[in-house]
Design a binder for this molecule. Structure first.
Ligand SMILES: Nc1nc2c(c(=O)[nH]1)N[C@H]1C(S)=C(S)[C@@H](COP(=O)(O)O)O[C@H]1N2
Ligand SMILES: [Mo]
Length: 542
């Protein structure tokens, strides 16, 4: 109820129109606040995923829910401008909603605030409806909505004072002179306009800045999507038949990129535009040089199967994954640099400061250590080191597998220490011979009779000769070995346990590498150079 207004002239239609016109500052307040909401959200969104922008998400969600007839109509009518038409229509609706919200805020701020909150919930839902967004991606919408509400509150107070005729709005009367003079009215109008213009320009700047920033930040993802990897000069061997153990529930022999374990110290995944990437090779070398990404792609690339393992992997753990890697042999790169006498280490450094110390001899012997650009026939995923990382057979990741690598310094263990070495881990980290039971899962229940047991073992660079299993406290038994793909990859195995009786049972495994070394029973924690010990899995036969 507009109890402060004198009835009379406003009860006629033209009178009401005049009243609404007089309130234009409130409509402007609504528009400016909406602009600010989207500006702030856009700027914040540059630090989250692409679809965390409420504008992008709303557009995407709208396209998704558009019925086909309307889509056809839009394409028939606007042709390739159909997206532009969509954004213009959305803009018109948003303008109307913003103006009405501003007008409502004049007397009932809570209602206007409620509308903004409801719309924010809708925008957050649109964000979450997008592929590849998570709950954190609603942060830009939330921050934007709060900014929009705060600015609307300020602006609508100023607008009430600036209204031509300047009658105080409800709840704001105490801040007004009882009889606003014309001079006071025009100075409040000036303040209102100044605030509005500043906020509007700020909104525009944040919107443009946010778009530009997310453009830069997305350059990596965009370049990655359009990258076609060159054909390898030497292809990886085709996987032989029978590399997978025939046991239901076994992990796949090749780990898909999106389920490959990820370990790094990066709070935000580095996004490197490959156009700006260079690798500097320097230190104790005869020839220092740098290479760029196109140059690297133009070199003779090799493909190799390799199982990566994390030093933090506990006995029986899954911080291990197997993939096909494409890259340039580090051996050849170092040949070009010509390491000097006395050098015994290559310190590889990531763009984010992480570093790894790899023995020079490991990078120059005949194993396939790669400066990798491809993983399972794709460019490296951003979180696995795009555009370039190292992969080295036989060494834990922390001393070899530097992602987002930009610098290789040939040096000496005596002179330099890598990231984890200074934090209590060994300066060298050869992968320990290991085996694990994948099926049955610990503490699961299986049916009596024949129980299929399956698992994995690895001894990169040497290969696995065999695996032995012990049921409960029985004797060690040989298991069925799946085909070996390469000495650098893990090897699966299976065991058919016949005549399993009901009750709680256990299976213990140990591997034997190609040299005949039997996996040690001695338990060691991952710190400082990797876990050891036999895995014993308990399960119920029921
Ligand atoms: N830049 C960078 N590279 C890194 C790390 C890191 O923290 N930062 N972690 C290393 C460790 S400890 C491991 S086990 C492997 C894991 O590689 P992935 O995440 O591709 O599986 O990356 C290595 N490379
Ligand atoms: Mo690791």
């Amino acid at each position: 109820m507009e109890t402060h207004e004198t009835p009379g002239p406003e009860t006629t239609a033209p009178g009401r129109a005049r009243t609404v016109l007089r309130r234009w500052p409130h409509a402007v307040a609504g528009l400016v606040s909406a602009g600010l909401l989207f500006g702030v959200a856009e700027l914040v969104a540059a630090f989250f995923s692409t679809s965390s922008s409420p504008l992008v998400a709303l557009g995407g969600a709208f396209i998704d829910i558009t019925p086909p007839w309307l889509k056809d109509f839009a394409i028939a009518t606007f042709g390739t401008n159909d997206k532009l038409a969509l954004f213009i229509s959305m803009g018109i609706v948003a303008t109307l909603v913003a103006a009405v919200t501003g007008l409502l805020a004049r007397r009932r701020f809570a209602v206007a605030q409620g509308i903004i909150l409801v719309l924010a919930v809708g925008m957050a839902a649109a964000v979450l409806s997008r592929p590849a967004t998570g709950i954190l991606d609603i942060v830009p919408t939330v921050v934007g909505a709060v900014a929009g509400i705060v600015v609307l509150y300020q602006l609508s107070r100023l607008a009430s004072r600036a209204e031509p005729g300047g009658l105080p709005a409800a709840g704001q009367a105490e801040e007004h002179d009882a009889e606003p003079t014309r001079a006071a009215g025009s100075s409040s109008r000036r303040r209102f306009l100044t605030f509005s213009v500043v906020a509007a320009v700020g909104a525009g700047a944040m919107l443009a800045g946010g778009r530009a920033l997310s453009g830069v930040r997305n350059a990596a993802a965009t370049a990655r999507e359009s990258l076609r990897l060159p054909r390898p000069a030497h292809q990886a061997t085709a996987l032989p038949d029978g590399v997978a153990a025939e046991v239901k529930g076994m992990p796949s022999f090749v780990t898909p990129n999106d389920s490959f374990y990820r370990i790094d110290t990066a709070l935000a995944v580095p996004r490197i535009d490959p156009a700006t990437w260079t690798l500097r090779v320097h230190g104790m070398v005869e020839e220092e040089f740098s290479i760029g990404f196109d140059e690297l792609l133009g070199m003779e690339l090799d493909e190799t199967w390799l199982t990566l393992t994390c030093v933090s992997n506990p006995v029986g753990g899954d911080l291990v994954g197997n993939a096909k890697w494409l890259g340039y042999p580090l051996r050849k790169l170092l040949e070009r640099a010509r390491p000097q006498q006395g050098a015994d280490m290559v310190l590889s450094t990531s763009i984010d400061g992480f570093s790894a110390s790899t023995p020079l001899e490991v990078l120059t012997d005949d194993r396939q250590a790669l400066l990798a650009v491809g993983m399972n026939d794709e460019p490296l995923p951003l979180e696995h080191g795009y555009p370039v990382r190292m992969v080295v057979p036989g060494l834990y990741g922390y001393v070899s597998a530097t992602k987002w690598v930009v610098d290789l310094e040939v040096t000496r263990f005596a002179d330099k220490a890598a990231y984890w070495t200074t934090r209590g881990w060994s300066e060298r980290g050869p992968i320990k011979l290991a085996s694990r039971v994948d099926v049955p899962r610990p503490f699961s229940t299986v049916s009596a009779g024949t129980v299929m047991i399956g698992g994995t073992a690895w001894a990169q660079t040497r290969g696995i000769k065999g695996v032995e299993i012990k049921i409960d406290d029985g004797d060690w038994q040989k298991v069925e070995m799946a085909t070996e793909a390469s000495v650098d990859t893990w090897r699966q195995w299976s065991y058919e346990w016949k005549g399993a009786k009901e009750g709680t049972h256990s299976a213990t495994v140990r591997a034997i590498d190609a040299d005949g070394t039997v996996q040690t029973e001695e338990r060691a924690d991952p710190v400082p150079n990797g876990a050891s010990g036999w895995q014993r899995v308990q399960f119920t036969v029921g």
